[in-house]
Design a protein around this ligand. Structure first.
Ligand code: IMP
Length: 430
């Protein structure tokens, strides 16, 4: 039995929630390993919709251990609020069902303030961040001035650390014309939540080693998507963490062989929130139609998502850099009724054909997609549970995608309902 890592293969919002939920019902442990509450996973369970940002999706299913790994940046207030939210929906959260890595870095109020002030200062060149303080918290981690979950148990040292942290952030905030922070205030508000958060603190790596030895099935739940990866994405219009499968090991404290099968979640078309290059974007009727049919509004910020055709060249690249073994293709039903559908197979850059997205910002902005046109279908794919229920052109579309991205479809999702899924390969059995 393999463990499974679930990774977004585009710019996030590929519909990971449903697939992760489907897989988590068969896992013993569900682990978040990067990002923070910038993520938004929507789960529909027995007709009830849950919107999770920071908690692993396994939390809504009883009898699983949910783990927030060291690679996650944790906003204590956001975490406790989300715990309350799921509790209000009758879900029990205890230190037996949720553990948080004691070495995870915290997102503190000045991180959000710096994130938003920096975005305002960038003006037209803004990244379009979620404003949740993700970037500044990861910056502090790399700069070795971050405050971690375990620091909450050492109040004297904590105060010194906050003072040092504010030397950096207050100078920055002052320069940006924003309000500064007082160490005592930050300390007091942290102390108010410290003990509650510490109940969940644990050496996650150790618990995951136990899981490995006792043969428990682990699901590593990625957030965002490969094109938002800080190394492999459309830099600088990316998030601040690595989102590829290799990060599951680093961000949880397990060896690379523990990751197992890597499932890339892939939407049958493309969307992006925030700024940055998007070669197949359709700022026209087709894009509006995709957005309306696909309900393309951000779970975290409510922003309208930019929409466009499927970019096979980009997904192929994501598959290679993230080590994706097979994909779960989602939201095929959104394409129902289009007369024709386009797939980007490569790009033209200054008149030359290329089959990948180069790293340079200028090149990413100027590549022109090369399209192949596929005949659409009039019947519906919505709710299909077998290949036989799909219109022939829809099957052709899926098969062409597989060919172009050089990876098989392991799962096909045909509606937000859990059971509307066509299973080709069981990732846990690979
Ligand atoms: P940050 O992660 O808040 O710093 O935002 C950086 C970029 O990543 C922005 O373009 C965000 O819109 C994007 N982003 C962050 N989290 C998600 C997500 O869960 N889905 C889609 N885009 C995201």
């Amino acid at each position: 039995m393999a463990n499974v890592a679930v990774i977004g293969s585009q710019w996030g919002d590929e519909g990971k929630g449903k697939i992760v939920d489907w897989l988590s019902s068969r896992a013993d442990v569900v682990v978040r390993f990067q990002g923070g509450h910038n993520a938004g996973h929507t789960l529909v369970i027995d007709g009830t919709e849950y919107k999770l940002h920071l908690l692993p999706s396994g939390i809504v299913r009883g009898g699983k251990l949910s783990v927030i790994g060291n690679g996650v940046v944790v906003d204590p207030w956001a975490l406790l609020k989300e715990i309350e939210y799921v509790r209000e929906n009758g879900i029990e959260v205890t230190p037996e069902s949720l553990i948080v890595a004691e070495n995870a870095n915290l997102i503190l109020p000045m991180h959000g303030a710096v994130d938003r002030a920096m975005e305002a200062a960038r003006g037209k060149g803004s990244i379009g961040t979620t404003g949740r303080g993700i970037g500044p918290a990861y910056e502090d981690k790399a700069a070795r001035r971050g405050i971690r979950v375990c620091d909450l148990a050492e109040p004297d040292l904590l105060m010194t650390k906050i003072e040092k942290l504010l030397v950096h952030h207050n100078a920055l905030l002052k320069g940006l014309g924003a309000e500064t922070f007082k160490a005592q205030q930050v300390y007091d508000s942290l102390m108010q939540v410290g003990d509650t958060l510490l109940q969940y603190a644990a050496p996650v790596w150790r618990r995951l080693d136990e899981a490995r030895r006792s043969g428990e099935k682990v699901l590593f739940e990625g957030a965002q998507g490969v094109m938002l990866d800080v190394d492999h994405g459309t830099y600088p219009f990316v998030t601040s963490s690595n989102v590829v499968a290799a990060q599951a090991a680093t961000g949880a404290g397990v060896g690379p062989r523990s990751v197992g099968y890597v499932l890339g979640i892939t939407k049958a078309y493309t969307t992006r929130v925030g700024s940055g290059p998007f070669p197949t974007e359709q700022d026209n009727e087709a894009g509006t139609l995709l957005g309306e049919r696909g309900h393309e509004f951000g779970t975290t910020t409510g922003r309208k998502r930019r929409c466009g055709w499927f970019d096979a060249a980009m997904v192929r690249q994501a598959i290679k850099v993230a080590g994706i073994d097979g994909i779960a293709l989602t939201k095929l039903d959104v394409l129902d009724g289009f007369d024709e559908i386009k797939i980007c197979t490569g790009y033209k850059l200054a008149g030359t054909d290329i089959d990948y997205l180069p790293s340079s910002q200028m090149a990413q902005e100027s590549v022109e997609p090369v399209y192949e046109t596929i005949e659409g279908w009039q019947g519906t794919t919505r709710g299909a549970r077998s290949w036989a229920e799909l219109p022939a052109s829809a099957v052709k579309y899926v098969r062409r995608i597989e060919e172009l991205i050089e990876a098989p479809v392991a799962l096909l999702s045909t509606s937000p309902e859990r059971d509307d899924t066509i299973l080709v390969t069981d990732p846990f059995l690979e």
